[in-house]
Design a protein around this ligand. Structure first.
Ligand code: FES
Ligand SMILES: [Fe+2]
Length: 404
C-alpha cells in the first residue's frame, strides 16, 4: 500500500498546490450557488426525496449492537427506523411501525429487546428478525398470511464497522456506492474500529450551511487560527473529486515530522501510510459523513437536515482498539480538542442562516479552493434531475471533467 501510485500522486498534488500563485488556467470560474437552495421549502422537499431518502447514509456503529436483540433508533429519515441485531447475529433495519395500527414497536432510543418485540398497543409479536409470530385474540382474525405482515424492512448494509441504511429498496449495493472514496481508505483495519465517542446537538440552520463548512479549508486561517491552522497548511490543500458526490481534501501538516502530542501512547493503525501520517485526509462520503483520518483514529462529523432551517449534528470518534476495559483517559483530552474545533466551525452557522434570509444575500461565490462545495451541489442536482430543480435554484454542471 505504501507504494501505491496514488499516494505519490496525491503528495505531488499537495506540492503543486503549495507552489501555485493563481488558480490553474484550465479551471473555470464557478457560478454562485443560489441562496434559495438554503431557504426554499420546495427545494428542500426535492432534496429530501432525491438525496436523503435515496442515498446510503451512516446510521451507527456495530458497537452499539453488542448482542442479539440490541437495537437503536435512527431518526433522520422519513420516519424512525429501528436497527436491530437478530438471533443470527445479522444487523437489519425496519421501520419502527407495527403492521397492525402503526404503533412504534420500540419506544426508547436504544436498548435491548427480549426474545421478541411485543407491540405495546395490542400485543402483536415479532421475532428479532422482524417476522410476525403472534397476534392477540387470534380467534377474531380471519386466516391471514403472517409472512405478509413482518416489520417493513429498510435496506441496511455494513462497511467495516459502520452501519449504513437507505430507504430506497432499489439502491445500488453499499460497497459499489462507497467504492470511489473507499478504495483510498479501505487499506485501514476498518472492521476493527471501536466507537470511542458520540455526541449530538441541534443547529438552527439549513444542513448545507454546515456541510459546506466541512468541505473547504479556506476557513482554517481565520476561524481556526488557534487550532487547525497551527497544524495544517490550507494553501497546500489538494482536492480530489469522485463519482457519487464523494471527495477528499488533503491538507498537509505544516511540519512534516509533526505528531499530535495528544495521541502519543495511543494504539495506531499500522497500515497507515504517509497520507494519514503527514496530512489531514478529510473525506466526504456523500452526502454527510465527513471523516478526517489519522493513524490513531478518526472523528466523524455527520450532518442531518431536520427542516429547511434546522439541522442535527453528530460528532463521532472511531479508533483502533485500546484493549479491554473502559476508554483510556487520554481520550478525554482528544475528544475535547476536536469538540473545540467543531464549536469553532459551528459558531457562524446560525448567523449565516439569518443572513442568507436577507435581501442582501444573493448567492455563494466559490473559489478554486472551495470547489468541493460546488461538486456536492452538482451531485444533488444530478440526483434530483436538473429539469426538476426550479431554474433559479439550479447549479450549472461545471466540474464533470475534473471528477476522477
Ligand atoms: S398497533 Fe401494534 S398491535 Fe395494534
Ligand atoms: Fe473547520
Amino acid at each position: 500500500m505504501t507504494d501505491s501510485p496514488w499516494i505519490a500522486k496525491w503528495i505531488a498534488c499537495v506540492a503543486q498546490e503549495r507552489a501555485r500563485t493563481e488558480p490553474p488556467a484550465h479551471f473555470p470560474p464557478l457560478p454562485a450557488i443560489p441562496a434559495g437552495r438554503y431557504i426554499d421549502p420546495e427545494f428542500f422537499a426535492l432534496e429530501c426525496d432525491a438525496v436523503w431518502r435515496r442515498t446510503w447514509l451512516y446510521a451507527g456503529h456495530v458497537d452499539q449492537l453488542p448482542a442479539p436483540g440490541s437495537y437503536f433508533l435512527w431518526s433522520y429519515g422519513s420516519a424512525p427506523v429501528v436497527v436491530l441485531r437478530g438471533d443470527d447475529g445479522e444487523i437489519r433495519a425496519f421501520y419502527n411501525t407495527c403492521r397492525h395500527r402503526g404503533a412504534p414497536v420500540v419506544r426508547a432510543a436504544e436498548g435491548r429487546v427480549g426474545t421478541t418485540l411485543v407491540c405495546g398497543y395490542h400485543g402483536w409479536t415479532y421475532d428479532r428478525q422482524g417476522k410476525l409470530r403472534a397476534v392477540t385474540d387470534r380467534r377474531d382474525w380471519a386466516p391471514f398470511d403472517f409472512a405478509c405482515y413482518g416489520l417493513s424492512p429498510v435496506r441496511c448494509e455494513i462497511f467495516g464497522t459502520w452501519i449504513f441504511v437507505c430507504e430506497d429498496a432499489a439502491v445500488q449495493p453499499l460497497a459499489d456506492f462507497l467504492a470511489p472514496a473507499a478504495r483510498y481508505f479501505q487499506h485501514l483495519p476498518l472492521d476493527k474500529l471501536r466507537l470511542a465517542n458520540r455526541r449530538g446537538f441541534d443547529v438552527a440552520c439549513n444542513a448545507k450551511v454546515l456541510i459546506d463548512n466541512f468541505l473547504e479549508a479556506y476557513h482554517f486561517r481565520l476561524l481556526h487560527a488557534k487550532t487547525t491552522d497551527r497544524i495544517f497548511d490550507n494553501l497546500g490543500t489538494s482536492i480530489h473529486l469522485w463519482q457519487n458526490g464523494h471527495s477528499i481534501m488533503l491538507s498537509p501538516n505544516r511540519r512534516a515530522d509533526w505528531i499530535d502530542p495528544g495521541t502519543i501512547g495511543m494504539p495506531e493503525m499500522r497500515e497507515s501510510t504517509a497520507i494519514e501520517r503527514h496530512h489531514n485526509p478529510s473525506y466526504c462520503v456523500f452526502p454527510n459523513f465527513i471523516v478526517p483520518i489519522a493513524p490513531t483514529g478518526m472523528p466523524s462529523v455527520t450532518i442531518w437536515p431536520r427542516t429547511v432551517r434546522t439541522s442535527s449534528v453528530e460528532v463521532l470518534w472511531f479508533a483502533p482498539s485500546w484493549g479491554d476495559g473502559p476508554r483510556p483517559p487520554l481520550w478525554d483530552t482528544r475528544v475535547a480538542n476536536f469538540d473545540r474545533i467543531v464549536d469553532e466551525d459551528i459558531q457562524f452557522a446560525e448567523p449565516i442562516q439569518q443572513s442568507i434570509e436577507s435581501p442582501g444575500f444573493r448567492g455563494v461565490p466559490l473559489n478554486y479552493q472551495e470547489r468541493r462545495i460546488y461538486h456536492w451541489h452538482e451531485e444533488v442536482d444530478r440526483r434530483i434531475g436538473a429539469d426538476r430543480v426550479p431554474a433559479a435554484l439550479r447549479v450549472e454542471p461545471m466540474l464533470a471533467r475534473f471528477v476522477e
